[in-house]
Design a protein. Structure first.
Length: 132
């Protein structure tokens, strides 16, 4: 339904605007802030076309600061998956599932309307990566 889709898109746009502002504040206070880099990465993820270089760079910084930032690993795995980097996707998904076996992305900014062809279960995506 078009009305629901527009409502969801508007909500995501609001969340992204707030994230960009908050990321700037966090990174101004602490340039190594894992949460700041994650928020900025998710902003770029929703704004860039693949291969999403700015988003990937921010997620790598977030993971370096906090290896247990599961949503950052999920986003980065998808960047690699759609960017024809199966080894990168595999590594991120394996680390994600090793550290958080029941993970499901609950990030309200995740563009699920764009990624409807991707299972929300990292284990399923990993099987697909391994099969390729």
């Amino acid at each position: 339904d078009q009305g629901k889709r527009k409502e969801l898109v508007d909500k995501v746009q609001d969340v992204l605007y707030e994230r960009r502002i908050l990321a700037g504040r966090l990174l101004e206070q602490d340039p190594e802030s894992a949460q700041g880099h994650f928020l900025l990465g998710s902003y770029h993820f929703n704004r860039e076309e693949h291969p999403k270089p700015q988003a990937a760079a921010e997620f790598l910084k977030a993971i370096a600061a906090d290896p247990n930032l599961w949503d950052a690993r999920w986003y980065l795995a998808l960047i690699y998956y759609f960017g024809n980097n199966p080894e990168g996707a595999r590594h991120q998904l394996e680390e994600l599932l090793k550290g958080n076996p029941g993970y499901r992305c609950a990030d309200p900014a995740f563009p699920s309307i764009t990624y409807t062809d991707v299972a929300d279960d990292p284990a399923i995506v990993l099987k697909d990566v391994v099969a390729k």
